[in-house]
Design a protein around this ligand. Structure first.
Ligand code: GTP
Length: 355
């Protein structure tokens, strides 16, 4: 139906998929609300309700702008806040001047708040909205109607709130499942390009250093063959635990292959990263995994260079890891510097190779 949905919903990045879902929700709500409200502008004008007609024009114009921006620019403004604000004002004012005919619009307006606003803001806004509607109904209708309206509107809000809360929880859970490795709890490859790209941007824009460590268990196949796959799994879990214990909050730990881990270290030079990599190898080899399983690992360290893409950065680290394996394992090898075309950065020195 719209251009943005086709590109975003097929995204392999779970975070983008959630963003795409939210945008589609905003788009469809504005689209169908516009279809419903546009004729009312004329109806209210014919009834000489000029202020209400003007408010409905504002609502329709806002809906059209959001639809257009989402369709052609893949963005919208004010986080879609004008829709619920105008819907609530129109419904309350319409009830005040039109009685029951206006009241019916309060129900979709109340539930729309939960689809467009973050949960807490939607709850707070709906408390205000239901209170305003209660006052209007108290003034406008007999007492029995006032109670019916207040309770039924409150119940609509409660059901919408439960639904929005469960959808939010489900979204978080699906994102967690899609972005982490179930065995070790480390991030999986789905976030890899985004996270490396954000480090590259920090390097390009603010000249901030960033390094990555690749760490691969040595002779892991032998552990599986000798002790069984379950023991192998336990080693991988323990490995992730030992790595995580040594990392900073800002560092990120990935499991990018069977027995291969990647650590992204913001604000860390190749030299500092190399010290950490040595400490990690010591923490792996110093104590046996499981009862008697001694394990070592090989590692490489690569600081991001200006002008390189994430795949070139990762590739340099990969080559250094290969070097660590072929030199006999249980050691750290620093990646060679990224070779820049001279015209781009002639003064940049090559990063030293540290081992
Ligand atoms: N238990 C377990 N084993 C896995 C998992 N994923 C991959 N593997 C195993 O990891 C082993 C990797 O073997 P190789 O690639 O030869 O690596 P290696 O034996 O560590 O040898 P080097 O890396 O050269 O030191 C294979 O036997 C895979 O079956 C997993 O999730 N659990």
């Amino acid at each position: 139906m719209n251009t943005f949905s086709s590109t975003v919903s097929k995204s392999t990045n779970p975070t983008l998929a959630v963003l795409g879902f939210k945008r589609q929700l905003v788009y469809h709500l504005h689209f169908w609300a516009f279809i419903a409200v546009a004729p009312l502008v004329v109806v209210q004008w014919q009834h000489h309700h000029f202020l209400l007609s003007g408010l409905l024009v504002l609502f329709a114009v806002n809906a059209l702008l959001v639809i257009g921006l989402l369709r052609f620019r893949d963005t919208y403004f004010l986080k879609g806040l004008l829709f619920p604000l105008l819907a609530v004002v129109c419904a309350a004012y319409s009830t005040a001047i039109n009685g029951h005919a206006g009241l019916y619009w309060a129900y979709p307006a109340a539930s729309a708040l939960f689809f467009l606003l973050p949960l807490r803001e939607a709850i707070a806004s709906n408390i205000v909205f239901v209170s305003v509607m209660a006052v209007v109904s108290f003034v406008k209708f007999p007492e029995a109607d006032f109670w019916r309206i207040t309770f039924s509107l409150g119940l609509t809000c409660l059901f919408s709130m439960i639904f929005a809360w469960l959808v939010g929880k489900l979204q978080n859970e699906l994102t967690r499942l899609a972005t982490t490795d179930p065995l070790t709890g480390c991030l999986n490859r789905s976030q890899l390009a985004d996270i490396l790209n954000s480090q590259i941007q920090m390097r390009e824009r603010y000249d901030r250093l960033s390094s990555l460590i690749l760490l691969d268990l040595d002779y892991f196949k032998m552990i599986n063959d000798q002790w069984g796959h379950l023991a192998g799994d336990k080693v991988l879990k323990e490995m992730a635990l030992r790595l995580r214990n040594r990392l900073r909050e800002s560092d990120q730990l990935f499991r990018i292959g069977g027995e291969e881990f990647m650590l992204v270290l913001p604000e860390t030079s190749q030299q500092e990263g190399s010290v950490l990599a040595h400490q990690l190898l010591t923490s792996i080899s110093a104590r046996p995994f499981l009862d008697d399983v001694k394990v070592t690992a090989s590692a490489s360290i690569a600081e991001v260079s200006k002008g390189e893409t994430w795949s070139v950065w990762l590739n340099r680290a990969d080559q250094a890891l290969y070097e660590a394996k072929s030199r006999g394992r249980n050691q750290v090898v620093g990646a060679a510097g990224h070779l820049m075309p001279e015209s781009q950065n002639p003064d940049e020195p090559l990063a030293p190779v540290i081992s």
